[in-house]
Design a protein around this ligand. Structure first.
Ligand code: AVI
Length: 321
């Protein structure tokens, strides 16, 4: 990971130049912003896993609770002989619940950008479900144009996009993603979508400003990554994580904020940061029923069912074409 560029393989070199181009463009833009996907290097992914376990971060455990409670309903809506297609599968923890509930599943197709994650997950699933056809696809699900041929043998394709990852997309990107998914899932297809709900802003604030500071480490890991991969010289003590709920836009906004004026070198270029200047890293949109319906409609989906927890913190919706 930390080795000389000469030891990087082709894919790593491509990843690194994509990262460099995105960072330089993001630091040249006004306001400054770096796309959220670059938060997930190996350390960032481990930190995100730790976030999911935090007492303040209710999203993961609430969604799992909903899936456990309603997995039989979800399986009944899907019916027999389906293929399950998971967008951004990671370790496929949540999809295991659906795999176990959806008997007669023809195939499981995890889609993930990380080859390492994908292979480990696929091998684990093949071991645990020897009769299930596991067809991993290593791709960016935002641009994926085709599913494996075998999937067309399924009676119906069921997409699965959990975790409220849809909330990290701008509304226009979320619509584009849903349109693409609707096309890939085809006629009779459906999408099981996890969304975080609007709630008391203090609860939202705490979920992104945990007392242990893990979310702050997750944001500031982007600076570490730039230092390591782009020969940058960010002083980590001179920047702070900032996250707040914007009630007008209905979203959490996350930035790293500069605490004292300084000049930083990144990939051979110099960038000056004023005190208080911030660089945007993430949005996390929160939804109400009307917002979910508008989003679904924008891509030609309708909501067939909505499942929530008793406190209405999170929702899992079943969208049909
Ligand atoms: C991955 N995604 C749904 C998380 C969220 O809640 O928006 C990312 C995150 N960033 C900071 N904490 C969690």
């Amino acid at each position: 990971m930390n080795g000389s560029p000469l030891l990087l393989d082709r894919a790593q070199l491509d990843d690194r130049s994509e990262f460099r181009d995105a960072v330089l463009a993001g630091l040249d833009s006004t306001p400054r912003a770096i796309p959220a996907k670059f938060l997930y290097d190996a350390r960032g992914s481990a930190l995100f896993d730790a976030i999911c376990e935090l007492p303040e971060y209710y999203l993961t455990r609430t969604e799992i609770e909903i899936l456990r409670r309603f997995e039989a309903d979800i399986a009944a809506m899907a019916g027999p002989g389906c293929a399950l297609v998971e967008y951004g599968s990671g370790s496929s923890v949540k999809s295991r619940l659906l795999i176990e509930a959806m008997r007669d599943l023809v195939a499981y197709v995890p889609i993930d950008i990380s080859r390492q994650h994908l292979d480990a997950t696929a091998n684990g699933l093949r071991r645990d479900y020897p009769h299930l056809k596991v067809e991993p696809v290593c791709a960016d699900y935002m641009t994926l144009a085709r599913l494996p041929a075998d999937v067309s043998a399924a009676r119906r394709r069921i997409g699965f996009f959990p975790g409220s990852t849809i909330g990290n997309l701008l509304p226009v990107e979320a619509t584009a993603f849903l349109c693409r998914a609707r096309g890939l899932l085809g006629e009779g297809g459906a999408l099981v979508l996890g969304v975080d709900l609007k709630k008391d802003p203090r609860r939202l604030h705490d979920a992104y400003n945990d007392a242990a500071g893990v979310t702050a480490q997750f944001t500031l890991n982007l600076l570490r990554r730039m230092n390591r991969e782009l020969e940058a010289n960010f002083d980590l003590s001179a920047f702070a994580h900032e996250a707040f709920y914007n009630p007008v836009e209905g979203r959490i906004e996350i930035y790293f904020r500069c605490l004292r004026p300084q000049t930083v070198t990144v990939a051979g270029r110099s960038f000056t940061f004023a005190e208080g200047e911030r660089v945007h890293t993430e949005y996390s949109y929160k939804f109400d029923d009307a917002g979910i319906a508008t989003l679904a409609r924008s891509a030609g989906f309708t909501i067939a069912r909505t499942w929530t927890d008793p406190a209405r913190l999170f929702a899992v919706v079943y969208l049909v074409s």
